[in-house]
Design a protein around this ligand. Structure first.
Ligand code: KMH
Ligand code: ZN
Length: 276
């Protein structure tokens, strides 16, 4: 079991509505302030979705480049850009995210029902994106929403070899209506199916957030938290900000005798070069 816990913050996502959730960071200034606070609270990775001037999700490349530069200027967090975007984003725009030259990116290993929508990730898109990460030297984090995605991950690694940096790190996204349930027996089934040597984080959407966090710590996994995944801190109590979710995760990790990983340790752990 790793001696420390990798904590990823996913502060914004593509789905939450700023008008209903004023604490959601959507401008670059809000995102940078959130990143600084979350690093101080124990995060080592930031999973980034950006918004346009009207707070709508966007994959605008100049904006993504500015975001990567600002996060690097103000934090030592590993910058992981989302290639999932919003369910409406075209594949080409999702591939072009890599041109913003982040440290890392998400790479979802299959299509999944996503509430009333469908999050599309056909095999051809997965392989194009994976090969682009290898060519551009970007570390993918394999996002797994369902057990079939683990099968696709094995197929991907067999066909195209190891990822940039050589380390396989996965994120189990649990509790999405259409994917994994956010419970212990589902987590157990998922982690026993992962490739040899892979490490993993888990995140529970909505009300599965805390049960998934506790199960992941007890099973030797790592954590992703943030307002992309949960907007309710406790029943009837909205999340105040992302930092309080990271603080809770860091406290639980410390209680589990696996305190938060520093950003430098996280770079070594994930096989990501030092900050440029
Ligand atoms: N917004 C979801 C449709 C990712 O960032 O790679 C996809 C998502 C996964 O959030
Ligand atoms: Zn995301």
């Amino acid at each position: 079991m790793t001696a420390a816990t990798l904590i990823t913050v996913a502060p914004t996502g593509a789905e939450a509505d700023k008008s209903r959730t004023p604490a959601l960071p959507v401008t670059l200034d809000e995102l940078v302030a959130t990143a600084i606070a979350c690093q101080a609270a124990g995060a080592a990775v930031i999973h980034v979705h950006i918004r346009d001037d009207k707070a709508r999700p966007t994959l605008d490349l100049p904006r993504l480049k500015d975001t990567v530069a600002a996060l690097r200027a103000h934090t030592s967090l590993i910058v992981q850009l989302s290639t999932g975007g919003a369910v409406t984003d075209p594949y080409e725009d999702r591939l072009n995210v890599l041109d913003a030259a982040p440290d890392a990116c998400s790479l979802t290993c299959g299509t999944v029902n996503f509430g009333d929508d469908v999050f599309m990730n056909p095999w051809g898109f997965i392989t194009d994106l994976y090969q682009a990460t290898q060519e551009k030297g970007i570390a993918p984090e394999f996002e797994l929403f369902d057990l079939g995605h683990v099968v696709t991950l094995h197929r991907l690694l067999s066909a195209y070899g190891p990822p940039h940096g050589g380390h396989i790190h996965c994120d189990l996204v649990m509790g999405v209506p259409g994917g994994f349930d956010g419970d212990l027996r589902t987590m157990a089934a998922a982690i026993q199916a992962l490739p040899d040597g892979a490490t993993w984080s888990a995140t529970g959407i909505g009300r599965t957030s805390v049960p998934v966090l506790l199960a992941a710590l007890s099973a030797g996994g790592h954590l992703r938290v943030g307002m992309e995944d949960t907007l309710t801190f406790a029943k009837g109590r909205p999340v105040r900000d992302n930092a309080e979710l990271v603080t809770r995760a860091a406290s639980a990790a410390t209680l589990a005798q696996r305190p938060p990983m520093t950003t430098a340790a996280a770079r070594a752990f994930l096989g990501i070069d030092s900050a440029v």
